[in-house]
Write a protein that binds this ligand. Structure first.
Ligand code: AMP
Ligand code: ZN
Length: 117
């Protein structure tokens, strides 16, 4: 299950090292890398290595990797010295998802509004 990859998926290609990325952290289950088009002074993504198309596809068989992504968010933010940050996962095009591989945006370093636009 955890080795399932999608050959044409952009983020699966980053996992396989076929596309370069500014990787902050990686382990056997997930990768964290800086967003190519940052929306805040600090903006990185945490993704599972396994291809899950969105947070609308999380289930009992794959949710351990999702909790692991959140452990990594805590670890990386602490290492970067960030105490205030926002975690976002866009699900579906109407919500702004452009890459169909589950990812968690982590944004920090500026004031943020609520509700989001
Ligand atoms: P979303 O629009 O929520 O699906 O988020 C996808 C994110 O991936 C966007 O913030 C993009 O800027 C980012 N992105 C797209 N291609 C790359 C890439 N090659 N390296 C890093 N981030 C990327
Ligand atoms: Zn993928």
């Amino acid at each position: 299950m955890l080795n399932v990859q999608n050959p044409d998926c952009l983020f699966c290609r980053i996992v396989r090292g076929e596309i370069p990325a500014k990787i902050i952290y990686k382990d056997e289950k997930c990768v964290a890398f800086y967003d190519i088009d940052p929306q805040a002074p600090i903006h990185f993504l945490v993704i599972p290595k396994v291809h899950i198309s969105s947070c609308g596809e999380i289930n009992g068989a794959n949710s351990l990797v999702v909790s692991h992504c959140f452990e990594v968010i805590t670890k990386v933010t602490k290492e970067l010295g960030i105490t205030d940050f926002r975690v976002v996962s866009n699900c579906g095009p109407q919500a702004g998802q452009s890459v169909p591989h589950l990812h968690f945006h982590v944004l920090a370093g500026r004031d943020m509004t609520w509700p989001p636009g």
